[in-house]
Each structure stands twice: as structure tokens, then as C-alpha cells.
Design a protein around this ligand. Structure first.
Ligand code: COA
Length: 264
């Protein structure tokens, strides 16, 4: 765990490895950078990997971003603070929307894009928003009841439930409100970065149809549907997730080396 100061606010982030292009992984609703622990370990031999806690989450102070665009601005400033100009950016769920927003708004910063358990539009069940606002533990029950594949281990289910419930009041609701307002369905044709869309076969929150839509609208995007995984594919199928990310990072690095050789 490392800390960097951004405009007077301490930002906590996980970090591992070395090598270019660097990889930045963005967590989802009510999460922290630690949700990427297995990918931080598994990619360390090919790339520098960083995974920030978004404002209001984990060890990062500051107020909760009110929109996906605000979080994308935060991620760009975080990368500036670490001196990372151009990265492979990946995100899970809300974090995937943030990664997509960075790629749309700042394409020059994005060497590759990984959209994991996410969608270009993230409408949220009205009942879920209502429960999170009025009966928080029941809202978390409903959310986490849809978060994992049927066969997920009970300990994993309990630990993700506990972590989500432990968020400060308003964080999970605020994150899901930001998701609910996000809609980039009409803009996917603008993405030119090499893209991976990865989704658990049993994902009920952002179903495989959302990943296939990325495949239809983003030129050359690779779609991977992970067997036996739900919405938290990077913790339910960590090796498959790391392998898919590794393929993306390697392809981006090879393309960069080819370009450099042609210029040289
Ligand atoms: N990619 C591709 N297609 C998408 C999409 C995406 N990201 N998001 C929506 N669509 C499609 C839907 O499949 C639907 O197509 P259809 O009319 O052919 O069935 C259409 O766009 C409209 O869907 P949506 O915007 O979701 O509105 P809705 O009124 O049909 O449903 C919900 C609203 C909340 C019931 C629904 O989005 C849902 O079940 N969401 C999943 C549960 C949830 O809360 N997830 C949290 C996400 S962070």
C-alpha cells in the first residue's frame, strides 16, 4: 500500500511490478484497489500495475465523486501524480465505466482498455437504489445476492459482503447513482485503443450481453466470457482474468515496440 498526495488529499493505492506499458486498474462500487490483488501479483513480471482507492473509498480521503466523469478526472490526475502518461487502463463495474470515460475523454492517455464486468450503460434496479437509501443492510443484501456465481465459495461471498457493508454511509448509494446516470452506448465507435471486454458467464448485474455489445461496437475488441464466474470475475476467476489482461498488455507492448522500430 502506497500513498500519494493529490491537491492536499491523500490517495491510497496498491502497486506492483515494473515494465511498460503501465497498467491502472479501477475498482467498482463500494470497493478499493485491493480487489485487484491477484492481478497485481500476476502481472508484476510484465508491467508496473497501480490500483487506486477512489475518493471516499478505502484509504483515500476527499468527497465521493458525483459522476463517472468526475471519477475519470480523478484517475487522470492520479496518473499525472505518478508520472504515468499513457497506460493500459482497466476497470471493474463502475470502474469499467470510469476506464471507458478516460478512453473517450483522453484517448492519448490510453494504450489499451480492459472493460471487466461492466457496460456502456449501467442502469440500476430502482428497488436497489431505494433500499440502499432507506434500509442500507437490506440494500447490500440485495446487491451482493446478485454479485457472485451460484457456485462461489461461501467465504468469498461473506468477505465481499462484509467489505461492501463496511463502507461509510452513502458511498455504495452514491456509486450506484453515478452508474445509473452513465450512458456511453452511442460513443463506443470512438474507441480506437486495443480493447478487452471480460464478463462472468453468470453476471446478473452487468450481463454478458453488455460485453458482447462492446465486441460489436468497438473495432477489434476481444470478448471473453468466463465460465463459472459472476459479476466479480477478477476475484471469482483470478487466473483467467490475469491471463486475459496479460494478453492485452503483451499485445500493446508488441505494437509499441513495432511502432518504435519503424520510426527508428
Ligand atoms: N450494453 C448493451 N445493451 C444495453 C446496455 C449495455 N450496457 N444497457 C442496457 N442495454 C440494453 C438492454 O439490454 C435493453 O435492451 P432490450 O430493450 O433489447 O432488452 C435496453 O438497452 C434498455 O435497457 P436498460 O437501459 O437497462 O433499461 P430497462 O428499463 O430495460 O432496465 C434495469 C432497467 C435496471 C431493470 C436493468 O438495467 C437491469 O436489470 N440492470 C441490472 C441490475 C443492476 O442494477 N445492475 C447494476 C449495474 S452497476
Amino acid at each position: 500500500m502506497a500513498l500519494v498526495n493529490l491537491d492536499g488529499i491523500d490517495v491510497g493505492y496498491e502497486s506492483s511490478g515494473r515494465g511498460a506499458p503501465a497498467v491502472c486498474l479501477v475498482h467498482g462500487t463500494g470497493g478499493t484497489g485491493a480487489v485487484w490483488m491477484r492481478q497485481l501479483e500476476g502481472l508484476a513480471d510484465v508491467a508496473r500495475v497501480v490500483a487506486p482507492d477512489l475518493p471516499g473509498h478505502g484509504r483515500t480521503g476527499g468527497s465521493l465523486p458525483r459522476s463517472i466523469a468526475e471519477s475519470a478526472d480523478f484517475v487522470a490526475r492520479f496518473l499525472d501524480a505518478l508520472g504515468l502518461d499513457r497506460v493500459v487502463i482497466g476497470g471493474h463495474s463502475m470502474g469499467g465505466a470510469i476506464a471507458l470515460q478516460v478512453a473517450l475523454g483522453r484517448p492519448e492517455r490510453v494504450a489499451g482498455l480492459a472493460l471487466i464486468g461492466t457496460g456502456a450503460r449501467l442502469r440500476v434496479l430502482p428497488r436497489l437504489l431505494e433500499l440502499l437509501a432507506t434500509a442500507y443492510p437490506e440494500g447490500v443484501d440485495l446487491l451482493m445476492g446478485m454479485a457472485l456465481a451460484a457456485g462461489a465459495p461461501a467465504e468469498l461471498r461473506a468477505s465481499l459482503h462484509r467489505q461492501t457493508l463496511a463502507n461509510r454511509p452513502g458511498v455504495v448509494l452514491g456509486d450506484l447513482q453515478a452508474c445509473d446516470a452513465f450512458d456511453a452506448l452511442a460513443r463506443l465507435g470512438e474507441i480506437t485503443a486495443p480493447t478487452l471486454a471480460l464478463c462472468g458467464e453468470e453476471d446478473q448485474l452487468t450481463p454478458p450481453t453488455y460485453a458482447r455489445f462492446f465486441g460489436e461496437r468497438i473495432a477489434g475488441a476481444r470478448v471473453v466470457i468466463a465460465r463459472g464466474a459472476g459479476h466479480y470475475v477478477q476475484v471469482e476467476q483470478p487466473d483467467a482474468t490475469t491471463a486475459a489482461l496479460r494478453d492485452l498488455v503483451t499485445a500493446v507492448a508488441c505494437a509499441g515496440a513495432g511502432r518504435a522500430a519503424r520510426v527508428g
